[in-house]
Structures are given as structure tokens and as C-alpha cells.
Write a protein that binds this ligand. Structure first.
Ligand SMILES: C[S@@+](CC[C@H](N)C(=O)[O-])C[C@H]1O[C@@H](n2cnc3c(N)ncnc32)[C@H](O)[C@@H]1O
Length: 153
């Protein structure tokens, strides 16, 4: 199984990143998990644009990564709220899963509609760096649930 995590951010070497890398390393026992940091000229420019224009830029950089053959999951505070067991069901019968985390302004409705599922991690809005880390921990937790690893006990 391949799990792609797409984040609109620059890779860094801070404490968040170190913790994220630890969870990814542990997850690799169960699946090929890869973080794709998306930060190009378009995203850098988006910081100077209006909210609508910035959201359009996020859609433009993410759309090439939407694949019909994959399960495309977008993270949004208003998405479906599920517990960790339900979350782990994502890993049933899907050979490739893409997770998309938004930039500072979140997503255009159009991009949300192009994905298969919209998931909320909480009713609280988090900085994307925090949402990124929470997602990565839940991916590891979900893989542990599916593989009877005691991490979730
Ligand atoms: C700073 S937040 C965007 C806030 C934006 N004002 C909004 O309402 O979407 C950046 C990204 O982090 C993710 N995120 C933050 N909090 C979340 C939550 N509670 N559930 C799911 N995703 C969340 C989403 O992908 C979001 O687009």
C-alpha cells in the first residue's frame, strides 16, 4: 500500500518535522508512506494574493496529484468527523491513498468536491503544520490498528 501525504509547506528540520519523521519511519513497516512537500514559486506568490487567488493556487498545485486509481482524501475542519478505528478502515482495500492538507486559507470548494472524502481531525482549526503532524500520527495509529500492534491499546 502506498500512502502519499501532500502538504503546502517547506520541509524543515524543526521539532514537528523530527516527530513526523519518527512516525513515518515506524509506519514504513506497514506501508510505503511518503510526505510530499509542495512549495514552489506559485505557492510563494500565493502569500501575496487574495484569499480566493491563494486557494486557486493551492488547487492548481494539487490537482495534478489527484488520481482516479487512488483514494483522494482532503483534510478540512468541516469534513467528516471519525474516530481512529473508522480512520483505520481507510487502509482496507485501497492500494494507494492520497491525503491533501491545505494552505493558510484552506481549500476551494471545487477542489474539495474533486476528492473522494473530506475528513476533519477536530472541530478546532489547526495551523497546517499541526494538522500535518496529527494526520501523520493518525496514519501510524491506523496502520497499528490494522496490524494488531499494541500502540492503540
Ligand atoms: C490553517 S488551516 C486553514 C484554515 C482555513 N481558514 C480554513 O478554514 O480551512 C490549514 C489546513 O490545515 C488542515 N486543518 C486544520 N485544522 C483541521 C481540522 N480540524 N481538521 C482537518 N484539517 C484541518 C486543513 O487541510 C486546512 O486547509
Amino acid at each position: 500500500m502506498k500512502i502519499n501525504i501532500y502538504s503546502i509547506m517547506k520541509p524543515s528540520n524543526d521539532e514537528f518535522d523530527k516527530l513526523a519523521k519518527e512516525f513515518i519511519k515506524m509506519s514504513l513497516k506497514y506501508a510505503k508512506v511518503e510526505i510530499h512537500y509542495i512549495f514552489n514559486k506559485k505557492i510563494a506568490k500565493a502569500q501575496t494574493l487574495s484569499e480566493d487567488e491563494a486557494k486557486k493556487s493551492y488547487s492548481e498545485v494539487y490537482e495534478p496529484h489527484l488520481k482516479n486509481s487512488s483514494l483522494n482524501i482532503v483534510l478540512d475542519v468541516l469534513g467528516k468527523k471519525i474516530d481512529s478505528f473508522k480512520f483505520s478502515e481507510i487502509f482496507d482495500n485501497n492500494s494507494e491513498i492520497n491525503f491533501f492538507i491545505g494552505g493558510a486559507f484552506g481549500f476551494e470548494k471545487d477542489f474539495l468536491n474533486k476528492c473522494d472524502t473530506i475528513i476533519s481531525l477536530s472541530e478546532l482549526t489547526m495551523a497546517h503544520k499541526i494538522a500535518h503532524l496529527v494526520l501523520i500520527e493518525q496514519v501510524f495509529r491506523g496502520l497499528c490498528i490494522k496490524n494488531n500492534h499494541p500502540y492503540h491499546k
